[in-house]
Design a protein around this ligand. Structure first.
Ligand code: ZN
Length: 219
């Protein structure tokens, strides 16, 4: 009796895939002295082990340098698809919400400089705290959503989705050119300006008009 499992067994399991978009707000590109993406956008991934539910303690890597918050709008795919046209991508979204793309900034800078992949800076355990998602209803205008992150009660990031360089509909079209999107896939859509370091003991709160709020404490 074989104990082996074919690769297919892993392909459609329910664990969500997490796609993340980089460099999607001009002022954030400026604050990091980054350049505009060479292709339409920068895409990287995080494993499901990155996710942290609201109220759960966030446990971060130690001794690896500064960890920055990046507050982002998050999209959940309803039914999937490949090569989805931007005009119809909205029909493929099931829910929207807010999340944090936590980043080991010094590690990321080193990896950028040496041209290496970003996983060590972006895909560590607990690097993706996720607020509850709300069903996408017709009254939600994806290009008119305000959201903010406070750290210990002070506003650190205040974003508006109209400032995205590539809008949500187009991002889904771009990602679906490379991946056949599956139900439950999550897309973090990039962060506005205001990123900065977080430390143990601090209290983070995400909120946005029409979106579900969430809070976390750094362990
Ligand atoms: Zn990000």
């Amino acid at each position: 009796m074989s104990q082996s499992r074919p690769a297919d067994a892993f392909r459609h399991r329910s664990t969500p895939r997490i796609f993340c978009i980089g460099r999607n707000y001009a002022k954030h590109i400026e604050e990091l002295n980054s350049s505009l993406p060479g292709a339409e956008c920068v895409i990287f991934m995080k494993p499901a082990s990155s996710l942290v539910a609201p109220e759960e303690a966030i446990t971060l890597p130690t001794n690896l340098g500064e960890i920055h918050h990046e507050a982002e709008l998050v999209i959940e795919m309803g039914h999937g698809g490949r090569d989805i046209r931007a005009e119809v991508t909205r029909e493929h979204i099931s829910a929207v919400g807010l999340g944090l793309d936590l980043t080991l900034r010094g590690v990321q800078t080193e990896l950028k400089n040496s041209g290496e992949p970003w996983e060590r800076a972006k895909a560590f355990d607990h690097s993706a705290p996720l607020a509850p998602l709300v069903a996408l209803t017709p009254d939600i205008d994806l290009s008119d959503l305000h959201f903010q992150l406070t750290v210990d009660g002070q506003v650190r990031q205040a974003g508006h989705t109209s400032h995205m360089l590539v809008d949500v509909e187009s991002l889904i079209a771009v990602v679906s050119q490379t991946w056949h999107l599956l139900p439950g896939d999550l897309i973090f859509t990039g962060t506005p300006e205001g990123v900065g370091p977080i430390e143990p003991g601090q209290h983070l709160a995400l909120s946005g008009a029409g979106l579900a709020a969430a809070e976390w404490t750094i362990a």
